[in-house]
Design a protein around this ligand. Structure first.
Ligand code: HEC
Ligand code: HEC
Length: 251
């Protein structure tokens, strides 16, 4: 247990549900019928990490982020997403972005697990990051900081980095996929095509090609669209879900 600077008592979690988290609601304002849970804030922070522009309905700046290295292969608005520099596995240069078209050499955020969200908030708006309150409002920045401090998991525990294979069991993941994801993505994962008819990209494609992205999106939801967040399920259940998604068709 950890007493938070804000007075909230939370279980530092690795898989929220796994360590029964005690969530003390934020001070309820007169007009809110139900107090927002801290877990909801963390989930929102996770989506902001993915793409704050889509979450907030804003355009990301179209100039390349000043901290993005000249040697990097991305440019423009994409370089303003947190994940572009720090990775889907939060390990930056020490993780999956250690090589390939998203390589930047920038460090990850794993050292910030459990850090004071106020200190994280300062980093996000520092001269290196240059996120202003006009871009990401103060309340949303606080959620981002909560995600960095309390919402990360160690993806290497669930995904073999070399083979990209989930360490979970497809048989155990099938019920989760079929009862939660299939309503939108289809039993075979082909109801939603994220790309074009000629070069389709399905949930099975992402699961195989970028299992870290899959895990992040399954835990927090897809920014800007009504997709659910599975953050309250144990990480191992999500690894099982990833395992079954890796068996779904790509074509
Ligand atoms: C264009 C690249 C880039 C983007 C995008 C970016 N960062 Fe960073 N971030 C960096 C660099 C570079 C450092 C290391 C700075 C240093 O060590 O002086 C860093 C460091 C950090 C740290 C401190 C990590 C540590 O262990 O010291 C945190 C926390 C952080 N970033 C959060 C975020 C968040 C949240 C976002 C999205 C709102 C974000 N960053 C977007 C480049 C980026
Ligand atoms: C309520 C409907 C709904 C549910 C339930 C749902 N999704 Fe989604 N999901 C979507 C929509 C809509 C998109 C965006 C499709 C697009 O961008 O073309 C999406 C996108 C995704 C993406 C990312 C595509 C990308 O690269 O941008 C992944 C991964 C994903 N879903 C996985 C899942 C998993 C795993 C589950 C079950 C835990 C799930 N989804 C449940 C509607 C849903």
């Amino acid at each position: 247990m950890n007493r938070h600077p804000s007075g909230l008592v939370v279980g530092i979690m690795r898989g929220l549900a796994a360590t029964a988290v005690l969530v003390v609601p934020m001070s309820a304002s007169a007009d809110s019928e139900q107090a927002r849970s801290q877990v909801w804030d963390i989930a929102r922070g996770g989506q902001l990490y993915d793409d704050w522009g889509k979450v907030l309905g804003k355009e990301l700046p179209d100039t390349t982020h000043p901290a993005y290295p000249a040697s990097g292969k991305q440019k423009g608005s994409a370089t303003w997403r947190c994940k572009e520099c720090h990775g889907w596995d939060y390990k930056g240069a020490d993780g999956a972005y250690g090589k390939g078209s998203h390589h930047t050499g920038i460090k990850g955020l794993r050292a910030m697990v459990g850090a004071d969200p106020k200190a994280i908030l300062k980093i996000i708006s520092d001269d290196n990051h240059r996120y202003t309150e006009a871009m990401i409002g103060r309340g949303e920045m606080e959620k981002l900081a909560l995600f960095v401090s309390l919402g990360q998991i160690d993806m290497d525990q669930h995904i073999d980095r070399a083979t990209r294979k989930s360490r979970g069991e497809p048989g155990r993941g099938a019920p989760t996929y079929q009862t939660i994801c299939a309503v939108c993505h289809g039993f075979d994962g082909k109801t939603l095509n994220f790309k074009t008819p000629e070069t389709p990209e399905y949930v099975g494609t992402i699961a195989r090609e970028n299992p870290w992205e899959f895990m992040h999106k399954a835990r927090f939801g897809q920014p800007g669209i009504p997709m659910i967040s599975l953050i309250t399920l144990p990480d191992t259940t999500l690894a099982d879900l990833l395992a079954v998604a890796q068996t779904l068709p790509e074509k």
